[in-house]
Design a binder for this molecule. Structure first.
Ligand code: FAD
Length: 626
């Protein structure tokens, strides 16, 4: 081991660290007692199976994606018939698949027999829970879907489901300690990474403040560019008529707009480079300027295009966040349908409820969730679209098949043509235009956050760094779960990374990022986490070798769902603005016989409300086919 790695703590025993490819890395004296990894998690029917507690490489974990890539590479399976018959089989156990099962029960009655298949070792799709334990204390984080955004403006069906499973979004006002970090004098900051800016520098506070701005490692010209842009008092399209302004913004990326129109130089552009990554999974170089404008990013001043307005129901909070993000939405859905799977009956006790995974696929229950099971073939009997459907899946290397009266495909649309090659060619072509953008949420458990307190920070954007954002967990206490409130308590840091190759089209960047994610071992993430946090927080007393207790990398090669237009290579970041005839995600998602199609891909909108609404539509289409 290199001396630099030793200093970073790469030799430290981290609980449940890396089990990539099923090989468990030998760790020294375990920091935490409950060490277990993907390699030894066992079957969901065995006692002790509890995937939220796993760390190391999670999200699209080893063992979850290899089979799914098989049909792409020409593999085929002839599954052994289990003899099971279901009214409905759902392919995909994300929010959309779980919602589809929920709506199907409402439409067909609680006796309807439903099986949900998912390729991961846990349910929820992107809505995943990460748990840690340190010094006997349970720490809960989110491994993907973070929050309900503007639940007050959710469409009716999604609003109703959220209410029916017991979520009172008003509760956020009392659960979220919105003043905590400000009361401790903590603010936002920017970490200027030496790899891009020549030297490491941590700017604390608002960079529009001249006292902060004067110290950042940019030339005077770069600082002036940044100050002018962030003041955001004007736009740079005054010479164009409104329709020409819209055309320009639609066809131009945000970076080019800032450079060519606003006259922003390369230095300031580097500071802004990762601005949209968290929301759109892409940098400024491939985000349409129009989307930057509608997102409220700087550089558009009072530009009024007359085509966009958010309407928000002010009676509800703008966000709702559980400590495990929307994993609690998934958990509430599962507990609703399989009551024996977890104790409790409200949105408070779901937060700390420990699920008994042995109950998820119990033949005595009308609803079952079969994990580690990748659907590889979905086919009407005798290829007649009115007939029942045989669903073949692979689990533990073994192919099996079950019969379903009807099927909801709540999985990635781009793979449906391979699972259902009997679908009309035109529909398969439309489905194959769906994209999923890759992104990573890394959770780092640290023993205390005194370094953040010393530096006066709670959230840092890091242009040019491996992880582009680092933040202390949201201070939310619900049920028996109390968030850390004192800097000497342990806390989960949330880090984000969007892989890709800047300079290419968004679609090409997504593809490059997917390849990169699956080829990057945990060790590379770990080294980068330690190095970045060490450089960023070192002046506050942070020592990565001492202070990091555990790391969980949630990699999502197939993250945000988007449609795209092969003719122009444009991604539908704002699907509502696309002409109706180009919305292939709608046309491609039509029912095919007894198979209907849900998931966020059906809306080109990676949002929880779309996952729910598309599930409802898919079930409604099946009801009408009955
Ligand atoms: C890191 C991250 C953060 C996000 N944050 C937010 C947020 O804060 N708020 C928000 O509203 N949205 C957020 N989203 C968007 C999120 O994608 C949606 O909100 C929603 O959770 C997607 O649900 P889904 O069921 O459509 O898809 P998914 O969650 O992708 O679920 C589909 C499931 O089907 C499985 N599957 C695919 N193929 C097969 C097969 N052949 N056999 C069996 N199973 C299969 C997949 O592996 C997956 O588990 C986030 C997404 C990511 C990746």
């Amino acid at each position: 081991m290199k001396a630099s790695d030793r200093q970073l703590g790469m030799s430290a025993a981290i609980s449940r660290r890396d089990f990539l490819n099923g090989v468990s890395v030998a760790v020294g004296a375990a920091v935490l007692p409950s060490t277990s990894g993907a390699a030894d998690i066992g079957e969901q029917d065995l006692a002790g199976y509890y995937p939220p507690r796993l760390s190391g490489m999670r999200g699209s974990h080893a063992g979850s994606f290899e089979v799914a890539h098989g049909p792409r590479d020409g593999a085929s399976w002839d599954g052994e018939d289990t003899g099971e018959k279901y009214d409905l089989v759902v392919v995909g156990g994300g929010i959309s698949g779980l919602s589809a099962a929920y709506f199907y029960r409402q439409a067909m009655g609680d006796a309807a027999r439903i099986l949900i298949l998912d390729n991961h070792d846990d349910f929820g799709g992107h809505a995943k829970r990460n748990e840690f334990e340190i010094d006997g204390r349970q720490m809960i984080g989110y491994g993907g879907t973070m929050l309900l955004e503007a639940p007050g403006s959710y469409p009716n069906v999604a609003k109703r489901l959220i209410r029916e499973i017991g979520i009172d979004t008003q509760r956020f006002y009392t659960a979220f300690d919105s003043d905590l970090y400000a009361s401790l004098g903590l603010s936002r900051g920017i970490f200027f990474d030496k790899a891009i800016f020549g030297s490491d520098y941590l700017a604390t506070g608002d960079v529009t403040d001249p006292d902060v701005l004067q110290h950042i490692p940019l030339s005077e010209e770069g600082k002036a560019d940044l100050a002018r842009l962030l003041a955001d008092e004007r736009h740079y399209l005054g010479d164009l008529a409104r329709s020409a302004q819209i055309d320009y913004l639609v066809s131009t990326d945000y970076r080019t707009y800032l450079r060519d129109r606003a006259g922003i130089g390369e230095e300031a552009l580097k500071v802004l480079e990762s601005l949209p990554r968290s929301v759109w999974a892409i940098g400024i170089d491939a985000l349409p300027a129009r989307t930057a404008w509608s997102s409220g990013y700087p550089g558009f001043g009072d530009l009024e295009l007359g085509i966009f307005a958010y309407s928000r129901d002010e009676t509800e909070p703008n966000i709702f966040h559980f400590p495990d993000g929307n994993a609690s939405v998934a958990r509430l859905l599962v507990r609703n349908m399989i009551p024996g799977a977890a104790p409790g009956d409200d949105m408070e006790d779901i937060v700390t409820a420990r699920f008994d995974y042995r109950r998820l696929d119990d033949p005595r229950s009308a609803v079952g969730i079969r994990l580690n099971s990748t659907a590889v073939r979905v086919r009407h009997v005798d290829d007649k679209p009115g007939n029942p459907v045989r669903v073949t899946y692979v689990r533990d290397g073994k192919a099996s098949s079950v019969m379903a009266g009807q099927v909801v495909m709540a999985c990635y649309h781009a793979m449906i043509p391979r699972l259902c090659p009997e679908m009309p060619q035109a529909q398969r072509e439309l489905l194959s235009r769906s994209l999923r953008a890759p992104l990573v949420y890394t959770n780092v458990l640290i023993r205390n956050w005194t370094s953040f307190a010393n530096l006066g920070l709670h959230r840092v954007s890091c242009p040019g760094s491996y992880h582009h954002r680092v933040m202390l967990d949201y201070p939310v206490s619900l049920g028996d779960y109390q968030c850390p409130k004192q800097p000497d308590e342990p806390i989960i840091l949330h880090l984000e990374r969007v892989p890709g190759r800047p300079g290419r089209s968004a679609r090409e960047q997504f593809a490059a990022g997917q390849r990169e994610l699956l080829a990057t071992p945990f060790e590379v993430f770990e080294r980068n986490v330690r190095d970045q946090l060490g450089r960023m927080l070192g002046d506050g007393g942070f020592d990565p070798a001492r202070d990091i207790a555990a790391i969980t990398v949630n990699r999502w090669p197939h993250g945000y769902a988007y449609g795209y237009d092969p003719g122009t290579d444009r991604v539908a970041f704002e699907p509502g603005q696309w002409p109706q005839e180009k919305r292939h995600w709608q046309q491609g998602s039509q029912r095919f016989g007894n198979i209907s199609i849900a998931a966020t891909d059906a809306a080109s909108n990676a949002m929880t409300e779309s996952a729910i609404e598309e599930a409802y539509r898919a079930v409604d289409e099946l009801s009408q086919a009955k």
